[in-house]
Design a protein around this ligand. Structure first.
Ligand code: ZN
Length: 103
């Protein structure tokens, strides 16, 4: 797998993490609403709210971890574009690993 593909995958991971994080946070908000309704009227709503709170918090934490993972590995890979063939070579390389042109 090339660095470029690696970077693209990390970007995807970061995006997915962000999405999961927002879904999780949304669930937490819904859960709080359910909990408030539950405590004032029916206990069933409170139970649903408690479940949603647990799932939402777990999703948010998982999303945050994925986001960090994607971002964290991104920093380590800095690429430079080859002048000749356009291949994205790891920064600091002397020659392009695809065409052999001096970087
Ligand atoms: Zn090249």
């Amino acid at each position: 797998m090339t660095d470029y593909e690696h970077q693209k995958m990390n970007k995807k991971m970061e995006k997915r993490g962000n999405f999961i994080l927002w879904v999780g946070l949304f669930l937490v908000v819904v859960a709080i609403v359910f909990l408030i309704i539950g405590f004032t009227s029916s206990i069933t709503y409170a139970i649903i709210g408690a479940f949603a709170l647990v799932i939402g918090t777990t999703a948010a934490i998982y999303g945050l971890q994925q986001k960090k993972k994607g971002k964290g590995t991104n920093i380590g890979i800095v690429t430079v574009k080859c002048r000749k063939c356009g291949y994205l070579e790891r920064a600091g390389a002397e020659f392009c690993s695809k065409c052999g042109e001096a970087m």
